[in-house]
Design a protein around this ligand. Structure first.
Ligand code: CP3
Length: 344
């Protein structure tokens, strides 16, 4: 059975423009909070294929999105490379042993050995595929090497990125070695996600905007393109979505063998369309906080639809849904996207 989401990623005609939401499986859903409480904590939930499968399917059943996204986290990659990951309540992720020098990097597990340790992710994918309706797609994902490296070097989320930027300008060779080692793991990890059954790949570069535009290719984009090239050669049937957040100044320089460009909420959709619309299908990009108001949501959905028409587009938020959004408003967003883009 053809999947409307996969068709849309390849720019084929679809009955309406499909929609999903970044971070759609999460705390705004009471059903998610219940399963997370049963699991004890967030990492246990990621490690438990049955429970991770359950929360992956929740937004498909409850909110009506056209694609599921694997429930996991980008940081399980450095965790399985041997770093010590913790999620601290109210503070977010933390590595207790951030990378400071080459010896720290050499201690990390790389390549096939690291990718093979993520079996709980592959098991989760297989379970989801048994239960997901045939006409819905399953999105697998990874963090971009740069976004992963920011956590590996800073040890946690950061406002200034001063530790990794100090490395960028004073010891770029070390930063490139870290990025290259992560890239090797990510290639094999995503290949194994595909072999386990995912239909689409998304690469999240959430902290792209931390890099000045003239350095963005060197420290992030080229590694993302390397991953896409590797996967495209082995699995051309699997579409790839690139989501570099907050880099409108780089739009003229975007290149690479992938299918969908994810537009964040700070980039006007019309600008992205003008620069990239002929070459890539565009995904996005409602400002996530509009979800607090149904009127503001409808206005934005209509506006985006007017700009994009009814082809070469996938509806999404311009970044993740926030935990205090009413479920009813998320449902409203999804049904409005499907309504305004429906072809008679
Ligand atoms: O529904 C989905 O999108 C699938 C699941 C998913 C999670 N994390 C679950 C999660 C995905 C795709 C991610 C990706 C991720 N993780 C990114 C890139 C995407 C983005 O939003 O930019 C990043 C930067 C991370 C790192 C991360 N994980 C942070 C900074 C945090 C804490 C912030 C927060 O939202 O609490 C997490 C935790 C996390 N990952 C939660 C979920 C549902 C919250 C955990 C909980 O309290 O239940």
């Amino acid at each position: 059975m053809s999947k409307i989401f996969v068709d849309a990623c390849f720019g084929k005609e679809t009955p309406y423009t499909p929609v999903w939401m970044m971070r759609q499986a999460g705390r705004y859903l009471p059903e998610y909070m219940k399963v997370r409480a049963e699991a004890g904590n967030f990492l246990n939930l990621c490690h438990d294929p049955k429970k991770a499968c359950e929360v992956t399917l929740q937004p498909v059943d409850i909110v009506g999105v056209d694609a599921a996204i694997l429930f996991s986290d980008i940081l399980v990659i450095p965790d399985e490379m041997g770093m010590d990951l913790e999620f601290i309540k109210g503070e977010g992720p933390k590595f207790n042993d951030p990378l400071e020098n080459e010896a720290d990097l050499d201690r990390l597990i790389g390549g096939e050995e690291a990718a093979s340790k993520l079996t709980y992710v592959y098991d989760t994918i297989k379970l989801i595929k048994e239960q997901l309706a045939d006409d819905k797609a399953l999105i697998g994902f990874t963090g971009a090497p740069w976004t992963l490296a920011t956590y590996m070097i800073e040890g946690q989320g950061t406002k200034t990125y001063n530790i990794c930027k100090k490395m960028m300008y004073s010891n770029p060779e070390l930063l490139h070695k870290i990025l290259a080692k992560v890239t090797e793991v990510v290639k094999l990890y995503m290949e194994k996600q595909i072999e386990a059954g995912i239909d689409v790949v998304q690469i999240f570069d959430s902290w792209a905007a931390a890099i000045e535009p003239s350095k963005y290719d060197e420290f992030s984009w080229k590694y993302m393109v390397e991953i896409a090239d590797y996967l495209k050669e082995k699995h051309p049937e699997v579409p790839i979505i690139m989501f570099p957040k907050g880099i409108p100044a780089f739009l003229d320089n975007v290149y690479g063998n992938f299918d969908v460009f994810g537009v964040d909420w700070s980039t006007p959709m019309a600008l992205a369309k003008e620069k990239l619309g002929d070459k890539y299908v565009l995904q996005g990009n409602m400002e996530p906080c509009r979800l607090y108001s149904k009127e503001a949501t409808t206005a934005s959905v209509e506006d985006i639809q007017k700009t994009m028409g009814t082809s070469r587009h996938i509806f999404n938020l311009g970044h993740g849904i926030l935990p205090d959004v009413p479920v009813e408003n998320a449902k409203h967003f999804v049904s409005e996207c499907q309504r305004v883009s429906k072809k008679s």
